[in-house]
Ligand binder design. Structure first.
Ligand SMILES: Nc1nc2c(ncn2[C@@H]2O[C@H](COP(=O)(O)OP(=O)(O)O)[C@@H](O)[C@H]2O)c(=O)[nH]1
Ligand SMILES: [Mg+2]
Ligand SMILES: [Zn+2]
Length: 293
């Protein structure tokens, strides 16, 4: 028996990377398929090799056992990661601030650290970048500005990714695959131009794939998405997943304060100080969604 990690999952076939770096295309044992959990990228498994890899061809095997997960994201579906890097672009497509907050909530639910990467700095002026930085302060997550085109910020991104398993999440067309190609040209990930008319990216990256990095660590490139709903979340829990709101827990006049229009709300008092008004707008929008769902 071998142990390995699922690095790709398509139509019931799982590519498993073993500890020696060998790849096996596997099916799951029947009994495993009946279980409630399906195997996803990042899962640790025990598998039985049936055919050893030869040359460039992968071997074959059968997954016998699914090892426990330390965490699991549903959108993108990936398990056992150490951090979530939210990638957006500053232009083409326009930066979707609300989607950053949505992805961050899903990461917070799994107690995963979040880093935000603003790509395509080459498409706006350095003054606009500066303006943007100050307009979103305070922001509860580390921010990184990159341009896959000019190479600016790439060294910082390499540092952030080194030695751990990160998942890149964000809309299509923001440059996730291009960033990874510029970090490690050998990856040769497919990328696609953003449609001029709708300013929306094409789904070139069709499935999540885990890629080992030369400098240690690995990264999961994922297809983009623009809609993201919250499942298994209730309105009173929402503030727990906004770190800047969570810090003020217990300080409102009412114990069950939802921080909307209640008097003596600590969050209202902090608006524009430790709480960014834009983030608070996202909070209110999501509260409404949670009541409607
Ligand atoms: N100007 C500019 N274009 C970029 C940058 N990064 C990626 N692109 C372009 O954006 C488009 C979408 O990139 P892609 O990597 O496929 O995006 P993904 O869907 O997030 O993986 C491609 O045409 C890239 O060449 C950047 O930093 N600056
Ligand atoms: Mg891509
Ligand atoms: Zn409150």
């Amino acid at each position: 028996m071998h142990q390995g990690k699922v690095i790709n999952a398509v139509g019931g076939f799982f590519t498993v990377l073993d500890q020696e770096g060998k790849k096996y295309i596997c099916r799951a044992r029947g009994a495993l398929k009946k279980g409630s959990k399906t195997l996803i990228v990042g899962d640790e498994v025990v598998f039985q090799p049936l055919k050893e890899p030869a040359g460039h061809a992968e071997g074959e095997g059968i997954v016998e056992k699914h090892l426990p997960r330390s965490n699991c994201l549903t959108r993108p579906a990936v398990a056992n990661v150490d951090q979530v890097v939210v990638v957006v672009s500053l232009k083409n497509p326009e930066c979707d601030w609300q989607l950053i907050s949505r992805i961050a909530i899903l990461a917070e639910k799994e107690t995963l650290p979040v880093v935000t990467c603003f790509n395509k700095t080459d498409l706006i002026t350095p003054e606009q970048v500066q303006q943007l930085i100050s307009s979103v302060k305070p922001f509860p997550y580390p921010v990184l500005f990159t341009s896959a085109l000019s190479g600016s910020g790439i060294a910082e991104l390499i540092n952030i990714l080194a030695g751990c398993c990160s998942v890149l999440a964000g809309p299509s067309g923001v440059g996730k695959s291009t960033l990874l190609n510029s970090i490690q040209p050998g990856l040769s990930l497919q990328t696609a131009a953003v449609s001029g008319k709708i300013g929306r990216g094409k789904h070139t990256t069709r499935q999540a794939t885990l890629l080992p990095l030369d400098q240690g660590g690995s990264v999961v490139d994922t297809p983009g998405f623009s809609r993201l709903d919250f499942k298994d979340l209730t309105a009173p829990q929402l503030a727990d997943y906004f770190p800047e709101l969570e810090k003020l827990r217990g300080q409102c006049g009412f114990r069950d304060c939802l921080h909307i229009s209640e008097p003596r709300c600590a969050i209202h008092e902090e608006l524009g100080h430790t709480v960014n008004p834009l983030r608070y707008e996202h909070y209110k929008t999501f509260i409404q969604e949670l009541y409607l769902q």
